[in-house]
Design a protein around this ligand. Structure first.
Ligand SMILES: *[C@@H]1O[C@H](CO)[C@@H](O)[C@H](O)[C@H]1NC(C)=O
Ligand SMILES: *[C@@H]1O[C@H](CO)[C@@H](O)[C@H](O)[C@H]1NC(C)=O
Ligand SMILES: *[C@@H]1O[C@H](CO)[C@@H](O)[C@H](O)[C@H]1NC(C)=O
Ligand SMILES: *[C@@H]1O[C@H](CO)[C@@H](O)[C@H](O)[C@H]1NC(C)=O
Ligand SMILES: *[C@@H]1O[C@H](CO)[C@@H](O)[C@H](O)[C@H]1NC(C)=O
Ligand SMILES: *[C@@H]1O[C@H](CO)[C@@H](O)[C@H](O)[C@H]1NC(C)=O
Ligand SMILES: *[C@@H]1O[C@H](CO)[C@@H](O)[C@H](O)[C@H]1NC(C)=O
Ligand SMILES: *[C@@H]1O[C@H](CO)[C@@H](O)[C@H](O)[C@H]1NC(C)=O
Ligand SMILES: *[C@@H]1O[C@H](CO)[C@@H](O)[C@H](O)[C@H]1NC(C)=O
Ligand SMILES: *[C@@H]1O[C@H](CO)[C@@H](O)[C@H](O)[C@H]1NC(C)=O
Length: 882
């Protein structure tokens, strides 16, 4: 990587900006888009907004400001730039020696403390999302937060909330699936959990980092540009980040890729514009590791921290950031301030944001010191004590086992499940995915690190989003142990190989129950595993999984398929096989994998669990049915960055299948139970806090229930509308739909701000005064606008959990997908019993992003409301008028 030398003076830059030219902030050269992509260029939003101390942040920002005022420039730079001491955490800021401040430890990953011993390996993000259980999501966040803190980590590098735009995307398992609303709920609860333990959470990767090929960083150039239109950006990709910011997340990490030709960590539209203005973000934003490709531009674009400090992997260790010159910042940042390219107030704001977050999380008070090393599990490194082996696992294995069981998605069951040991005589278990990893849970036979191999049972993907297993309960061991504990006379034979068809034959043909284990892996792009450079090359099974299923099913009438896959798998060649009686997607369940599986397979497990996991992505019948594919080879002339234009717009995943009438194999939100549920009695209320008139308002909500084929009586606002609640707009006027004031910047450069409302982000490139929204955007967005209630009955013979899902259909003028998820609720119901469920809808949930006025607009007209057990099984429907 060559550092471009910047030659234009700040003055020249200012002239370019004044002329309205969209330019690289450092070089002054307009970003060059390949032919045909000229409209996909990010505007420039400067200057960077200072932290304001709004919300709960006031005292912490004040305290941070007071401290920053006493620091020297070297000390301030130290706080912003990684010291890459490296023996301790994957990221370490410099210290402030004079006041005894030890710096911050930043550590992966979104599923545990990476590189640490005596810490837990949690289920992946995709699995906890598959539980659709906010309590479990929060419990996992809390447990991970406690473990990070227990090891001395100040800043945990998760949660990750990329959207899985492409089914084969390498890192999608680290996130929460392909729906923004679900991801928003998942990030919110993960962050709440993590930060309540005292660790700073980091929501990532900001933004448009939807594939690994050409992502930049250690993969080198060229880096792809994610070209995302404004509506899609707000309604899909930015949504989870806005929810994270509303949840007061302390940190954001910008990604490697470009957005509209500009690298994420120097894209002023996304950092200054979206994060700091439109979303009122009060914390700090760090670079992904070695993601920066420049120094001045990121500083002006709003970046606050350079991680891990060096320019590129392979650079020498920089012990002291303030004098380091092998960094885009460090000593270079001092030069930038001295030569006038970056104002010192920008540096002050970086440091203020970092310390404000540190204070807000209470980390100045007896925070545990770092007690591990990312380089070794040994006690000593170069004669220094680096690992104190602090055991932070507590009883988190319980939560891990629960999440594993509750995330398993039962996709087919002709009646063979659940199993009961008393009915078994002879069991066959097939496939390497049922077995322990031959080189140990944390190693590969060829020595590849970071879980970079698909050997033995798969319980997490590969890359930086991993953690070490303290142990890994493999399925064969857990199943054998369970059966043995009840009846040691049951024959259990494991053929734990993938191609041992000769050995399969006598076992499969004589067993009453055959369990076939298959998987598919993926991960981060710096590892290329079996030719898969992060992203999967296909969305079928690895090491011959299909052939193994066929082989066993051809000889065994009761073949149960268990799959540990990072995402969707095409199952057409075997799913309808008459001998395949059940199919479970168990995903990436973490260290308790086998135990969790036993809980859903066996009704006689002490912790038996009736499956309730639901897909958080669509399983298509063929790969080409998906709206977007990985870009494996460049699509532009040499010398240009590959271009990934989000042509499907807001129609990702199930929205695309719905919009184009494509029948999926298993739809988003789908999953079976061992019992059955029915829905009835839909009531839709425009119970609005934001509408002042609501007290006197006869609701216009009309309800129909297709389940009962009866028009329900019209309802009144269920939530007593309180005129006293803080309402941002006078919403009873014709401007009722304006959630926030228009912020269209006037020609003079000052954005107009309406009375009681804080404006949305300015769109002009020459705005001089940043207009800063409340945290997460206008607060009215988060007020309740309506509520939907209905009844669910457990019509089967077994107690179970149902995941009720609510989808909204916007009136056609808004060009929205046929249906979007806007609420869900997990409820446990005993056999034969009914439960009433109420799902609130916020103003934001019923709004669309207006690209002209740059604000959320509450939908007018008839809003369709559908309720049911998946995105395509929606027995109740009605209409809401606001
Ligand atoms: C500011 O931006 C507006 C809208 O983008 C543009 O019309 C105007 O010419 C710009 N003003 C200056 C002084 O550059
Ligand atoms: C990217 O370009 C599109 C098309 O011009 C535009 O709608 C969108 O707002 C731009 N986004 C960013 C972050 O620059
Ligand atoms: C940030 O605050 C500093 C110090 O008060 C001030 O000089 C600077 O202009 C502010 N920057 C912005 C963008 O408001
Ligand atoms: C900056 O951080 C480095 C690394 O921790 C430390 O050696 C140095 O003393 C710090 N500088 C100051 C001025 O505190
Ligand atoms: C100021 O210093 C920075 C860091 O060395 C350098 O990149 C930039 O080109 C310099 N700018 C000017 C105007 O000299
Ligand atoms: C990954 O490895 C395969 C085979 O080993 C190779 O063909 C491919 O080019 C590699 N991909 C990348 C992006 O390096
Ligand atoms: C899909 O990729 C996996 C992993 O590289 C490979 O084992 C399998 O053979 C591939 N499937 C097809 C149909 O190419
Ligand atoms: C199902 O299994 C039986 C053996 O029990 C076998 O005879 C039959 O051919 C299998 N069916 C198919 C379609 O393979
Ligand atoms: C905001 O103020 C502008 C200028 O006064 C006005 O034209 C516009 O209608 C107002 N918008 C709202 C939502 O009140
Ligand atoms: C909202 O309505 C109240 C009462 O009618 C009025 O006093 C106030 O000025 C209005 N605010 C805005 C922003 O229009």
């Amino acid at each position: 990587m060559v550092r471009s030398s910047s030659f234009l003076k700040h003055v020249a830059l200012a002239i370019l900006l004044a002329a309205g030219v969209q330019a690289d902030l450092t070089t002054g050269i307009p970003d060059s888009a390949p032919p045909g992509y000229e409209e996909w260029i990010s505007p420039i939003i400067v200057p960077a907004a200072n932290v304001t101390g709004q919300g709960d942040w006031g005292p912490y920002v004040q305290r941070a400001r007071a401290l920053v005022a006493t620091l020297t420039i070297e000390e301030k730079v130290n706080v912003t730039t990684g010291a890459d001491v490296g023996e301790r955490c994957v990221g370490n800021t410099g210290t402030v020696e004079r006041i005894g401040w030890k710096g911050l430890c930043l550590e992966d990953s979104p599923l545990g403390v990476r590189f640490a011993d005596f810490a837990s390996a949690f289920p992946a993000g995709i699995n906890v999302a598959m539980t659709w259980d906010v309590d479990l999501i929060k419990a996992r966040g809390l447990a991970m937060g406690q473990e990070h803190k227990g090891k001395g980590v100040n800043v945990a590098l998760g949660p990750m909330t990329n959207m899985g735009r492409q089914a084969a995307a390498g890192r999608q398992w680290e996130g929460f699936g392909s729906d923004p609303f679900l991801s928003g709920v998942a990030v919110t609860n993960t962050i709440d959990g993590m930060q309540s333990a005292g660790v700073i959470a980091t929501v990532k990767h900001f933004i448009g980092n939807e594939q690994e090929h050409f992502r930049g960083g250690s993969e080198g150039f060229p880096i792809y540009s994610s070209n995302i239109d404004d509506k899609t950006m707000h309604e899909v990709y930015l949504w989870p980040f806005s929810e994270a910011i509303k949840a007061d997340v302390g940190a954001v990490m910008c990604s490697y890729n470009l957005i509209n030709q500009t690298q994420a960590c120097q894209n002023s539209k996304v950092i200054n514009g979206f994060l700091k203005q439109e979303l009122g973000f009060q914390g700090f934003i760090m670079s992904d590791w070695a993601a920066m490709i420049n120094g001045v531009q990121p500083a002006l674009a709003g970046l606050d921290m350079n991680m891990p400090g060096f320019v590129q992997y392979g650079d020498s260790n920089q012990a002291n950031p303030a004098v380091a010159t092998n960094s885009w910042w460090g000593a270079e940042l001092i030069t930038m301030i001295q030569n006038g390219s970056v104002p010192e107030s920008r540096l002050d704001d970086m440091v203020t944001r970092i310390f404000a977050t540190y204070y807000k999380l209470g980390q100045e008070n007896n925070y545990p010191p770092v007690s591990f090393s990312q380089l070794t599990e040994n006690t000593y490194l170069n004669g220094q004590l680096v690992n104190e082996h602090v055991n932070v696992q507590d009883d988190h294995y319980k939560t891990i086992r629960q999440i594993g069981a509750q995330s398993a998605v039962l996709l087919k069951n002709t009646g063979s499940l659940p199993l009961s040991v008393k009915k078994l005589k002879r069991v066959g278990v097939f496939g390497s995915d049922a077995a322990p990893r031959p080189a140990g849970p944390n190693s590969c036979q060829d020595g590849t690190s970071d879980k970079g191999c698909d050997e033995g049972t798969l319980a997490m993907g590969w890359g930086s989003g991993t953690a070490n297993f303290p142990y890994l309960i493999d399925p064969f061991a857990a199943i054998s142990q369970h059966i043995y504990s009840i009846d040691p006379t049951v024959v259990i034979e494991g053929v734990l190989l993938d191609y041992a068809f000769a050995a399969n034959a006598p076992v499969a043909s004589n067993a009453d129950t055959c369990l076939v284990f298959v998987n598919a892996d993926s991960g981060e792009g710096y590892l290329n595993i079996s030719g898969n450079a992060g992203d999967r090359n296909n969305i079928t099974l690895w090491h011959g999984g299909e052939a193994l299923i066929e082989n066993v099913a051809s000889q065994c009438e009761n073949t149960i398929v268990v799959q540990h896959a990072v995402g969707a798998i095409i199952v057409e060649s075997w799913i309808d096989h008459p001998n395949v009686t059940a199919y479970i997607q168990a995903g990436l369940p973490g260290q308790e994998s086998g135990n969790s599986l036993v809980d859903v397979l066996f009704s006689d497990s002490p912790q038996a669990y009736n499956p309730s996991g639901r897909l958080v992505y669509t399983v298509a019948k063929q790969a080409s049915d998906y709206p977007a594919q990985i870009l494996y080879t460049t699509n532009v002339p040499a010398g240009y960055n590959p271009q990934i234009t989000y042509e499907e717009g807001v129609n990702i995943d199930y929205r695309w299948f719905d919009a184009h009438n494509i029948e999926p194999r298993f739809e988003f939100g789908f999953g079976l139970s061992y019992t059955t549920f029915s829905y009835s009695n839909l009531h839709i209320s425009s119970g609005s806090h934001w509408r002042r008139e609501a007290d006197h308002h006869t609701t216009t909500a009309h309800t129909t229930s297709s389940a009962t084929s009866k028009a329900a009586s019209s309802t009144v606002a269920s939530s007593s509308a309180k005129a006293s609640s803080s309402v941002a707009t006078n919403a009873t006027t014709s401007a009722a739909s304006s959630i926030s004031a228009s912020a269209s910047a006037s020609a003079s450069g000052s954005a107009s701000v309406n009375a009681s409302t804080t404006a949305t982000a300015p769109t002009s490139a020459n705005t001089t005064t940043p207009v800063i929204n409340p945290i997460g955007g206008p607060s009215a967005l988060y007020e309740q606008a309506a509520s939907v209630s209905f009844t669910i009955k457990n019509t089967g013979h077994l107690s179970g959990n149902e995941i009720a899902q609510l989808y909204v259909s916007f009136p056609s003028q808004y060009a929205e997908p046929p249906r979007v998820l806007r609420g869900f609720s997990k409820v446990e119901i005993s056999a034969g019993r009914s439960t009433s469920v109420t799902i609130p809808l916020r103003v934001k949930d019923l709004s669309v992003w207006d690209v002209v006025t740059q604000q959320w607009v509450l939908a007018q007209g008839a809003i369709g409301i559908s309720v049911g057990s998946s995105s395509r099984n929606l027995p109740l429907s009605g209409t809401l008028h606001l």
